[in-house]
Structure formats: C-alpha cells, structure tokens
Design a protein around this ligand. Sequence first.
Ligand code: ZN
Length: 459
Amino acid sequence: MNLIAFSMKTKGVRNFARRLWTVFTRFGISEKRTRKALYALIDLLHKYHAAPTFFIPAVVLQRHPSLLRAISGDGAEIGIHGYVHNDYRSLTESQQYKQTEQAIAVFQSSHIPYQGFRNPYLGWTEESLHVFTALNLMYESNEAVIHDVIDPDQLSPLQRSGYEKSLMLFQAIEPTIYSLRPHFEGSLLRLPTSIPDDEMLFDRLRITDPGEIGRIWCQVMQQVYDYGGLYVLNLHPERGILCRRALSILLQYARNRPHPVWLARLDEIALWWKERSQFRIHITRLGSHRWRVEATCTPRATLLARYLIVEGQSSSTSNIVGATALPRPLTLACPLQCIVQSEKCPCIGVSPRTSQAVQDFLSEQGYPFVSSSLENADTFSLYLDMPEDLGDTREGQQYRCSELVQQIEQLDAPFLSFGCWPAGYHAALAISGDIDSVTIQDFFLRVIEVSSKNGANSK
Ligand SMILES: [Zn+2]
C-alpha cells in the first residue's frame, strides 16, 4: 500500500487534502525547518537530563547523513524505520529480510549506530520478528498499547470511524500490567509503544490545543505509572514545534509523580532489560521461618520485599497503607545477601511438570521460583502448577501473562522480586519520534520510493 492509498483509506479524501496542505507548512525545501523541530525536542529533553529516540527510513537518512550525525552526536538515539517508508505487512518474509538488510547497510555506511527498529505504520508481522532476530537487532518498538483517554461519544461519526481505523491499522492491544512492560521473544526485545500518538490527536481528531494534548499525554502517563510500566510516547518531529508545549507539560507531570519516573532512550531501556533478565534470587531455608536470600544482580537492581522481616533492617515490610492497598514493598540495595523471617518461603513454588515457557517467563519478569512437589505447595507464598505453555495465540498469551503478573503483584503474602526499573525508579518514559521526511522533496519521494520498492519486490 503506498502513501496515498494508505492516507485515502484511513483518512478520507478531505483529510488527505488537508494533510497535503499541512505538509507545505511543516517541511521546507531545505533541512532548516526539520532541524529546528528536532532540536526543539532535543533541547527540551536536555533540560530533564534525557534524550529522545528517532526512527528514520534508510533512504531519508541517506539524503541527510550530516543532519542525522549531528543529532546523534547531540545525544539522540537513531533507530531504523524501514529501508523506505512502506508497510511490511504487504511484504513476504524474504522481502522484509532483504529490505531490513539494505537499511542496515545504509546505517552502517553512514556511520550511524543503531539498535532498534520501528515499522512504518507500526506494521509488524510475525515474519518481521524473525527477520529482526536473524539480523541481530536488539529491539523493536511496534506493539501499540491503546489507552482509554478519548471518549468516542464526543467524536463526530467521521472522526470516530477514522479513529477506529487507526486502531485496527496499528493492531492495538489493551493496557495491562504486562503489556506495558518490555518483553523478550527469543533474543529480540519488544518495547511496547503507547497510543494515541500525535498524528491521531492532531490530524485525525483535530485536537490542536497543546494544553489539551498535554493533558491527554499526562493521563496516559498516569495509567502507565499506576502499572509501573513503560510509556513510549510516539510523535513526529514534523510537529515538534507544535508538540513542544504539550511535551513540556508531560515531562513536568512525570517529574512530579510521588515516585521517580525514569526518562530514557529506547536503547537504554533495552540494555537495562537485558541486564535485568540475568538477575536471580536464591533462597535457602535456614530453619523455621528463617531464610537466607542471595541476589545475583548488578548494583542498578532494586529488590522489593513485602510482608516479611529483613534481619538487621529497622522495620518489617508488612506496612499496609489503607485497608485495601497493597503493602509498600521495602527496597533493598543490590547485590545483596540477607536473612529474612517469614512464615512462608518468599518466592513461587513451581510443580516439576510446569512448562519451561512459564519458568522462563517468571525469570524474565524478575520473580524467584523453586521447583517443588505438590505436597510442599503450602510452604510457598504462591504455588504454580502450569504444565501448558502460555497460550497458542498471541491474544491468549497476552491474556495469560497479564493474569499471571497481576496475580503475583497482588500477592497477599511474603514475597521478594526485582523491581522493573533501575535505581529505584517506579516507571519509565521514553520520547520517541519518527522522522518520516526531512524536506518537502522527501515527502513526495516517499510515494515513488514505496511504489518502486513494492513493484520491485513483486517481480
Ligand atoms: Zn513513519
């Protein structure tokens, strides 16, 4: 599907005409306007000691290597956004492989370091995941989590149908405690992105007041914060100047949360999640209600303890705030060795027949477990007997993983686990942007590039 077909299909003719007009107002003949927009975002994030992640199609990078090298030198991460700006859903696996390989070659010859990939239109397929894995990309950022921040009843029928079409195109999934966490599929890390993005708000729903956009993004931030997850904001630098105030509102909001929010680039988050996946907790029984805990981890790790007494610590961790709230976990510095007192072993017991997939999942999520027979089930805070894998379909897997994480996080019993984020951060926020075009010429070349690439592939 080319750009015009895509725009017509999802936005209608009137919206497409409006889009054409805005192209002329947002891009210039030279790089100047885009450079200004990119630096508006970089400079704003710099005030928060952070930097953005930009994704760019390789052909666009090829036309503007010095601009990309400059922003990379100024702290921005650059990721791959296709060889051309096309939808991978219209390509076979070998076509996807070839184009991703070509894109990588352009990044390498332009001396731009890259770690991750985001598909144009977030159009990923199962084959894309194989391709990214085979080509050793560290992460992809395509899974679109839709937050309930737009009231469909307030939209005109046209806006509503456009909004719903976007959700279908982006293959949107529900926000849960699990879907908002990074996760591995084999060696490939998946970093979910949150929508609505700037394009849905500005161009589709015609919300142009930066205060209102900022308010919507803060609402998303709050939802993600409540889950202790990752908020990847996706915006297009062509709206960098328009988005600056909204982004400033979001950053201020994130900074003012009661617990700190980690502002990081996607490659930093991916590296952290890789580091964290190696952490382990070993628990040995010392006697009645006493356990030796050894955490194998780096100093960036946070160990969370609840409903137990850590010997040598001044207070127990069973302090409950309010009648229904979860206990506030005690944060312990890592690496760590300590002795804890608790009625039950503060980890998960798993039956010998529990599947490897479930055990790998628990490890990745930072939950300690021990294989144990059913007779000893009640010596553990939680006992799992899950012989089956986590589900045959993606939806089924999402559901079961979310249920499991939710069940563990709400355990009303002694438990130790690793915090999701480094250095005691409660949630994470990454500002990412897709540089689809730098100049007006790039914008119109897209149409030719995409059709010739798809045409070449169909031969
Ligand atoms: Zn794009």
